[in-house]
Design a protein around this ligand. Structure first.
Ligand SMILES: [Zn+2]
Length: 399
């Protein structure tokens, strides 16, 4: 039984280091709640197999050097992309979350998965050619519900032609490396968590853009729920939405009154000329009073749904991301509604903050998840390894 404990611990250690949630043995001990001796043994097992390296780093405050853990070979990297309706943010992601060679390229999701995949593979090849080191994984953040087990999106409302297309498998085949895919709000939550190693234990990250989604992090792990759809708050029904039809086929969903798509509709109905969520943002920022009021109302509806979730989950942090979260009236209304709708015990120490990686959060999360899964595959390939129980590790990092 003791061996089994150490096996699990090595897998957890690897996942935390790969995800950037812990970089020292002390942080690992804190996050895992494990004795220092057990953490050290697990780290040594991983170092012995070349999966983790440890190096000294001078502390920024001039104190004694501390040993920092990194995953595998430092020259390995992932290519990653965060797909939106009309563009993709792409770049290189390294262990720990460092990002390089970032750019935004036009990409029309409505062109279907094969055309998009062709474009992405070309862009990734360009990045790989220009980057020293070794490509070891590829990650995609997708704006729809993702069946993580199957590696595809399921019934996405804004991705025509993508339903059940084996995107993860095709991407892995084309690039010859491990591929990971995930819902954009989940990838954003994962990327943000990695950027704040160990600072947050229970967080909800909301992505408020053309649609609305949320990702839940528990102790450095993404919580996906039984069917992989945890955090999908966009189709929660709100009274004020009445019988407004939603893209999901239902009526009265939060999405119909609080999303970027809803704001476009509301502002068009009031005679404004907007055709994208970016247009909505520009109109609010220009000081248009109707647009400001609409953004405030949308934030209030989102805050209402979010406060039910905060009451239920009691997070230490709520992170607000996505393009609507750049709007002051929207964010102020979400915040106000959270304080109004939650018990003071839940909001007393609650941090409500903007995401820190901005437009790169999804890309970083996708890249880090891909790197984690590449490592899990490496572990699996080791002969009769006593290091990690592959089934458990795969489950933990299979997001
Ligand atoms: Zn809906």
């Amino acid at each position: 039984m003791a061996e089994k404990t150490h096996e699990s611990l090595a897998g957890r250690v690897l996942a935390l280091v790969a995800g950037g949630q812990a970089t020292t043995r002390t942080e690992l001990g804190q996050q895992l709640g494990a004795p220092a001796s057990s953490v050290s043994l697990a780290v040594q097992q991983l170092i012995a197999r070349g999966l983790v390296t440890e190096e000294g780093q001078q502390s920024s405050t001039g104190g004694r050097p501390r040993k920092v853990l990194r995953v595998g070979h430092r020259d390995e990297f992932a290519v990653a992309a965060d797909l939106g309706g009309h563009h993709a943010r792409i770049g290189i992601v390294r262990g720990g979350g460092a990002r390089e060679r970032l750019s935004t390229v036009p990409l029309d999701l409505a062109a279907g998965p094969e055309a998009c995949l062709d474009l992405l593979v070309d862009e990734f090849a360009r990045l790989v050619d220009a980057t020293p080191g070794k490509l070891s994984a590829a990650g995609l953040s997708l704006p729809g519900p993702v069946d993580v087990e199957a590696g595809c999106v399921d019934s996405p409302s804004r991705m025509p032609g993508w339903h059940r297309y084996p995107i993860r498998e095709r991407l892995a085949d084309r690039l010859g490396v491990t591929a990971a895919i995930g819902n954009d709000a989940n990838m954003m939550a994962f990327g943000e968590d990695a950027a704040h190693q160990g600072e947050r234990q229970y967080s909800i990250t909301v992505k408020a853009g053309t649609a609305i989604g949320a990702g839940i992090m528990l102790d450095g792990r993404l919580y996906l729920g039984a069917g992989g759809a945890a955090g999908d708050i966009t189709h929660v029904r709100v009274l004020a939405a009445g019988d407004i039809p939603c893209a999901c086929g239902n009526t009265g969903c939060l999405e119909t009154v609080a999303s970027g798509a809803a704001l476009q509709r509301i502002l068009r109905e009031s005679g404004r000329s907007v055709s994208t969520t970016e247009d909505v943002v520009a109109l609010v920022e220009s000081g248009d009073p109707v647009a400001n009021q609409a953004a405030r109302q949308a934030g209030s509806y989102l805050g209402e749904v979010l406060s039910a979730n905060v009451n239920f989950f009691n997070p230490d942090t709520v992170l607000l991301g996505g393009i609507l979260s750049t709007l002051e009236p929207f964010v102020a209304a979400v915040r106000g509604q959270l304080y109004k709708g939650c018990h003071p015990l839940l909001t007393r120490d609650l941090r409500i903050e903007p995401t820190s990686l901005g437009a790169d959060a999804g890309l970083v999360g996708a890249g880090l998840q891909a790197l984690q899964q590449s490592l899990a595959a490496t572990l699996e390939s080791l002969p009769r390894t006593p290091v990690a129980p592959v089934a458990r590790l795969r489950k933990e990092v299979h997001v």
